[in-house]
Design a protein around this ligand. Structure first.
Ligand code: SF4
Length: 295
């Protein structure tokens, strides 16, 4: 039976949804609720009828918003707040990517914005690419030029792409985080969690046939699983970015393959043969004929 929400609760929910939109999160799922069995008492939290004043999460993360929501208590229409993602009305993938970039803005959503980044490195390439490469995060060269994979590791990635019989402009290249972690450290969990919804939206717009995760950080974030590179490599995973419609008649999702990050291959060139095996698996799926083994 539908439950009428109080104006204060509606306002607080609307505010919460706007907060998630600012984070780039547009999709919400209903978690299954536990129905108490006969004789089982309801959890104490159910008796808590004022979520605004009792949830520590709201208190800690949204102090200004919380107080605004409590003070105004307007009878808001939550369904008007539950707007689709901006890119949903775009006429083509290029326009949709532009809208996602605009939504990202001069992003300050995670702490990487104040740790020395020069600019946001959004992504580059063909908006309709069949093949997409996802790395970890920008390095110094990428931060300076505003484009992913332009340094020495980028040169090696270019060679790998060429060896597959493709050009860099045929594929799309992006990273899990869009701002350079200081000292090229590994991006932290909260930074990946905050930034990756935008990557998911990019993937959902591009609709590639294959996503290649470059390195363990990209693989673990895209697959939401923790395993060694040895366990992750050598097979395809079915991949549907969070928030994309699994019933989309135009796109059944991508295959995801994992290979070594080019920066790792520069440090340990003996693994290039293994990476080449991964790329050959991808080429076979895409029907590509290899030109040459990458140097
Ligand atoms: S890494 Fe991503 S979430 Fe963090 S500030 Fe940069 S663009 Fe925003």
């Amino acid at each position: 039976m539908p439950v009428a929400l109080s104006p204060a609760l509606r306002s607080a929910l609307a505010e919460r949804i706007r907060y998630y939109h600012e984070l780039g999160i547009y999709d919400f799922y209903r978690r299954e609720t536990h129905t108490p069995e006969a004789g089982e008492s309801a959890p104490a939290a159910i008796e808590d009828v004022n979520p605004i004043s009792t949830q520590p999460e709201l208190r800690e993360q949204m102090p200004a918003r919380k107080s605004a929501a409590v003070a105004t208590a307007i009878d808001e229409n939550i369904f008007e707040v539950l707007t689709p993602k901006p890119e949903h009305n775009a006429s083509n993938p290029a326009a949709a990517l532009k809208l996602i970039r605009e939504d990202l803005g001069d992003c300050t959503r995670c702490k990487l914005h104040k740790q020395g980044r020069k600019q946001i490195v959004f992504g580059v390439g063909n908006p309709c690419a069949d093949l997409m490469f996802v790395g970890e995060g920008p390095g110094a060269d990428e931060d300076a030029q505003g484009e992913p994979f332009v340094g020495r590791a980028g040169q090696l990635l270019n060679n790998m792409i060429k060896a597959m019989g493709l050009r860099r402009e045929d594929v799309y290249i992006a990273n899990v985080v869009k701002c350079r972690p200081p000292g090229n450290r590994t991006p932290e969990r909260d930074e990946c969690d905050t930034c990756s919804p935008f990557l998911m939206r990019q993937i959902a717009v591009i609709k590639p046939k294959i996503v290649v995760a470059l390195g363990a950080v990209a693989a673990k974030n895209l697959l939401a699983m923790s395993a060694s590179m040895a366990e992750l490599r050598g097979r395809f995973y079915d991949f549907m970015p969070a928030g994309a419609r699994s019933s989309d008649p135009e796109w059944p999702g991508a295959k995801l393959a994992v290979t070594y990050h080019p920066a790792f291959l520069l440090r340990d060139p003996r693994q290039k043969g293994e990476a080449w095996k991964d790329l050959q698996m991808v080429m076979k799926f895409l029907g590509l004929k290899p030109q040459q083994k990458p140097e």
